[in-house]
Structures are given as structure tokens and as C-alpha cells.
Ligand binder design. Structure first.
Ligand SMILES: C[S@@+](CC[C@H](N)C(=O)[O-])C[C@H]1O[C@@H](n2cnc3c(N)ncnc32)[C@H](O)[C@@H]1O
Length: 260
């Protein structure tokens, strides 16, 4: 499916905006990703952008995991997949509690004589946004991601203290100040991913963190320009301008609300 077509359907649905959808879409096509893992789908917007890329390639599968609480949200992933006719590329899994448990099951399935055989050629993490859950998810993903392929973290700058939906909940109010005010995914990326001996070519762009799993224990050459660098070089600046305008509109709306 061409990007313009999927963008038209998804542009007003949270959470992935079209400019990020385009990067996911181009990345998957250029790297011919075939077996994708996504942690956190909510409405299924990012999933559909990735599935549209698989449709363009002509094959592939996305295993995407969220909590059962997302069943029936408006629109839900099944409705979006049906509307876009991309159902055959996606397998949504509803975890009872957390994707961490589902990852254990995948590792179990992939284990042959005490070794976990990696299966995914791209992992997109956009779920809990916490040190404990996503920090651990990263170590599990290390076991499942094929050498040479990429992991991508969303929301490196996200903080509980700034979340409109969560900051006033008892759970967040009772949190220690540093935990509340820390960008926990940025901590995961800087302290775990960037320091991990299996990962190279770390790159932070806006709120996204990319890292590539090393080809093998013996090949450690870091390229000057990775596929991710080239991907960003190829992007048009028009979506960036739209993103800035959208942010200005959002801020202006809030300022006007305060003064009215
Ligand atoms: C920001 S939303 C995902 C948005 C989606 N990737 C997109 O861009 O369209 C984060 C999702 O992660 C899910 N989530 C958070 N913690 C989780 C956990 N421990 N296990 C499973 N899902 C989790 C939430 O239910 C929520 O739907």
C-alpha cells in the first residue's frame, strides 16, 4: 500500500503522527524487514504504518503486544486493520498483565538445546516507558533480534510528571520525585542500550532512539553512515514543518485556554 493512502486513513488517529509513520514505513521497505515485533500498539496506528510497508514489499508479519485493556478502545486495532485491509500482516496479542510475560513465552518457543534462536528483524518499543519494564524488555529483545538488525525506542523524552493523563493519578503522586521527573526511556537507552556490548550505531533523533545489533562477535566495524542515517537524509523537510506547526497550534491552544 502506498504511503499516501495509509496516511490519509491514519492521520487523525493517535499516537504515531504521519511524519514518524513515514520513517517507519521507509525503514521497513528499505531494509526488507519481514518479521517485526512491536511492544505497545494501543489503537494500532504505528502497526498499520508498518503493515502498509509489508504490503508494499508483498510479505511479512508483525507480532504486536499490548494489554487486554485496549480491547474495544476507539478505534481498536482490529477495526483499523480491517479498514486498511492489512489484517493478514498482523498478529495482535493481548497480554493479561505485561508484554514481558509474552516475551518469555517467545523465548521459550525459540529455545533449542539451551540456546535462543533470534527471529525478529526489527523491534519497535512503544509501551510502558518505564525503566523496569522496558529496561528488562531490552534484554529480552537482545535474545530475539537477529544480528545486524535494529531496535527502535519511542518517547525518549517522556516523563510521568508531564503526562496529562497520568500526572494526577495516586500512582504517580506517590512516586519519588526523581522517578516522576526522569525520562525513563532515555535512561534505558543511555545506560543499557548504548553500553550494551551487542549493540552499535546508536542514534537519537528527536524522541526516537535507534540501535543496531552487531553482525557477529567477530565483525565489529561501525559504518560511518548507517541505514538509519541515510533514511533521515532522504526524508523531506515538509513533514517536519507540519510537525512544528502542529506543536505551535497545540501550545497556542493551551495558552489561549489559560488567558480566557
Ligand atoms: C503510546 S501507546 C502505543 C502507541 C502505538 N505504538 C502507536 O504509536 O500507534 C503505549 C501502549 O503500551 C501499552 N503498555 C504499557 N505497558 C505495557 C505492558 N507492560 N505490557 C503490555 N502493554 C503495555 C499501553 O496499554 C498502551 O496501549
Amino acid at each position: 500500500m502506498k504511503f499516501g493512502k495509509i496516511e490519509k486513513i491514519l492521520k487523525n488517529i493517535p499516537h504515531t503522527p504521519p511524519e514518524d509513520g513515514k520513517i517507519l514505513y521507509d525503514f521497513i521497505i528499505e531494509n526488507k524487514c519481514n518479521n517485526i515485533l512491536e511492544l505497545g500498539f494501543e489503537n494500532g496506528t504505528s502497526t498499520c504504518y508498518m503493515a502498509a510497508a509489508l504490503d508494499e514489499i508483498g510479505s511479512g508479519k508483525i507480532l504486536t503486544i499490548d494489554r487486554k485493556e485496549t480491547i474495544g478502545i476507539e478505534p481498536d486495532i482490529h477495526a483499523l486493520l480491517k479498514q486498511t485491509n492489512l489484517e493478514k500482516y498482523v498478529e495482535p496479542i493481548y497480554a493479561h498483565n505485561t508484554y514481558i510475560w509474552e516475551l518469555m513465552k517467545i523465548i521459550e518457543e525459540q529455545t533449542e538445546t539451551r540456546e535462543c534462536i533470534p527471529i525478529f528483524d526489527f523491534c519497535f518499543i512503544d509501551g510502558a516507558h518505564t525503566w523496569d519494564v522496558d529496561g528488562f524488555a531490552f534484554f529480552l529483545i537482545d535474545k530475539l533480534l537477529k544480528p545486524g538488525y535494529w531496535v527502535l525506542f519511542d518517547d525518549l523524552n517522556w516523563k510521568f510528571a508531564e503526562s496529562h493523563t497520568l500526572k494526577n493519578t495516586t500512582f504517580v503522586q506517590n512516586m519519588p520525585e526523581d522517578e516522576k521527573k526522569s525520562a525513563q526511556i532515555e535512561r534505558v537507552f543511555t545506560l543499557l542500550v548504548s553500553q550494551h556490548p551487542n549493540f552499535i550505531n546508536h542514534k537519537i533523533v528527536n524522541r526516537w532512539g535507534w540501535a543496531q545489533k552487531k553482525q557477529s562477535k567477530f565483525k565489529t566495524t561501525e559504518k560511518n553512515q548507517t541505514v538509519v542515517d541515510l533514511l533521515y537524509l532522504k526524508q523531506s523537510i515538509i513533514p517536519d514543518i507540519f510537525m512544528i506547526l502542529r506543536k505551535m497550534k497545540y501550545k497556542l491552544k493551551h495558552v489561549l485556554k489559560i488567558f480566557s
